[in-house]
Write a protein of this length. Structure first.
Length: 87
């Protein structure tokens, strides 16, 4: 939702020839560093902060995003991926 006002205020000559897609991370319950709660998160990081805590979450979101990009690209005239902006 935060991106939509920005996108609609763009006064570019090619605005009607592109599609902006801004996916949102799912809400997850997370626990780390003594904190716990729900928040939007693509995946939960491990305690070291450098890897996923649950690899399946990362794989699930990667698959979801790739499917979203493919389906949105298919809706474009000629399926031209250069007209798709992922935000």
């Amino acid at each position: 939702d935060d991106w939509m006002p920005f996108v609609h205020q763009l006064h570019l000559p090619f605005r009607n020839e592109i599609k902006v897609v801004v996916p949102c991370a799912p809400v997850r319950f997370e626990e780390h560093g003594g904190w716990s709660g729900e928040q939007n998160s693509w995946f939960e990081y491990s305690e070291d902060g450098n890897s996923p805590k649950h690899l399946a979450q990362l794989v699930e979101q990667r698959t979801r995003l790739l499917q979203l990009v493919e389906s949105e690209r298919d809706l474009l005239a000629g399926g031209d991926p250069r007209r798709l902006v992922l935000g």
